[in-house]
Design a protein around this ligand. Structure first.
Ligand SMILES: [Zn+2]
Ligand SMILES: [Zn+2]
Ligand SMILES: [Zn+2]
Length: 156
């Protein structure tokens, strides 16, 4: 076996299996199972190989996989927005007809949950428990509703 590690005045050098240059261990990435605890290729060669790999079909696949992941993440947000919009529309419709569609359960505009001097006259429905159930929520005046959403947005 060719010796790929040597000591020069107390410093350990290792020969890169790729470019055949002798380099000190800090120019290699760590690998517990590797000789002298580092990878057989120096950092520079690993970087070049990684760049080359990104251009191969396999590398492109890895890249497109992370693109798919990102896409799914955005789709998740899109679906959430869709549920929110549909719940808002359902609640609005139920208020219009005065009951929950398809049932005899009354659904009428109540008073603002805060109900104080600063209330504005227009009363809106607010999904305080999230948008999973379109008819589960509280009534807030436009003024307090706006404040509530600012509060939610700031995550307090
Ligand atoms: Zn190298
Ligand atoms: Zn109010
Ligand atoms: Zn709301």
């Amino acid at each position: 076996m060719i010796k790929s590690v040597k000591q020069v005045s107390g410093v350990t050098f290792k020969k890169c299996s790729c470019c055949d240059k002798w380099k000190s261990l800090n120019l290699y990435y760590n690998e517990t199972r590797g000789i002298a605890g580092t990878q057989s290729r120096c950092k520079e060669c690993v970087k070049i190989k990684t760049r080359e790999y990104a251009l191969t079909p396999g590398g492109k696949l890895v890249k497109s996989k992370s693109a798919i992941k990102l896409y799914n993440k955005q789709k998740g947000k899109y679906n959430k927005d869709k549920i929110q919009k549909s719940s808002q529309a359902k609640a609005k419709y139920a208020l219009k007809i005065g009951k929950i569609p398809g049932t005899d359960i009354e659904f009428k505009r109540g008073e603002c949950a805060h109900s104080d001097a600063s209330c504005s006259p227009s009363i809106q429905f607010h999904h305080d428990k999230g948008y999973d159930n379109p008819y589960d929520g509280i009534f807030l005046c436009a003024h307090h509703h706006k404040l509530e959403h600012i509060r939610l947005k700031e995550g307090k």
